[in-house]
Design a protein around this ligand. Sequence first.
Ligand SMILES: *Cc1c(COP(=O)(O)O)cnc(C)c1O
Length: 428
Amino acid sequence: MTTERKSWQRCDACGAEFDERDASPRCRECGGLLAIVHTPPVGTPTELRARFGTADNRHSSGVWRFGEIVLPTATATAVTHPEGNTPLLSRPAISAWADIDSLLLKHEGHNPTGSFKDRGMTVGVTQAARIGARAVACASTGNTSASLASYAAQAGLPALVFVPEGQIAIGKLTQSLAYGARTLLVPGDFDACLRLVEEASDALGIYLLNSINPFRLEGQKTIVLEMLMQLDWTVPDWVVFPAGNLGNTSAFGKALAEAHAWGLISRLPRLAAIQAEGASPFARAFARGFDHLEPMAAETVATAIKIGAPASYERGVRAIRATDGVVCSVTDAEILEAKAVIDRAGVGCEPASAATVAGVRKLREQGVIRPGDQVVGVLTGHVLKDSGVLKLMHQEMEPPPAWANRPIRITPDIDAVRRVLDASADGK
Ligand SMILES: *Cc1c(COP(=O)(O)O)cnc(C)c1O
């Protein structure tokens, strides 16, 4: 019996095609990265949008409401928390700091394990379960492992996570432990973990769920699709986000190319990928006209983007080029200042996410983003992911930065409380 195929895998590098259910993490012909290709969805753009629903008419999962352009054959068997349906926030204090009239923040920290990784993992683990994987694995700067651990637990699949010892935030490490993943502490950096897990998955037949996994990218596309839906399918001028391994850069580029090809949007927003200066091989390559990638030893307070050799470099380049996008870097000091502003507005996010807002401000200073531009920034992770950096910012940094909010030791009497209250009223 022949049935019309809906989706399949295609090598980005050589064009070889593979079945949708092929478990190989890379092209079997040339080792290139794989992408999912879908037959165009049926119906006019208006019909499609109506099937997706609206931001008000809440589908339980913000990923699977787009199932027919994410993984159509698996929507009925999805391993879902659910996830997505994250808010688009507007906070004047944050826009003012970034010197921009209209800054909307898509807060992916509202996902079930506290980062956007859940959008990719619901699709990746669904795929692992339906092809009968015996176990799943990833290398991680923390959030991927927390998310994998959670979804694997739900699917009843053993999970192995490889993390760089001593280099990931405590909230993320303990999440992986709590959800029951075998958590392997590897001496070395993230890039070393990635090499090891690729070798292990090859030798031991474990399904690999790193961000090169094309099914994860399909899920992460929905950050952009859901954002467009929340804007009634009007297109902002810019989408700004932090960039490490360039999974999101690639996923956003694919989401926009498809949405454009299928008539859901009539023009493309420009992508702005923001890196930490100490982990900025993509920004440096951009400044050289994307001549080539020069890996670097990564160092930054924003551990989620502390990556020196991004795995999805080629795809990232294509996404930036296709959207007339830009890549820039911000210092750790700028990241922490932006984070203090975001936290203080009551929104909160982890350090890597704050790179987004620091990046908007930098691109404003450089005149790349104009004051009246419509900008959507993505906050990728929750404030509690990195309590270590909060302790540093508010209790440990010397001299205390302007935004440090030191806890106040008092004697247990009402006068002491009154003095604190009076001082607060005086703005001290
Ligand atoms: C994974 C992650 C990133 C980086 O995303 P890439 O797709 O690797 O570029 C940024 N912020 C947070 C919070 C993350 O967990």
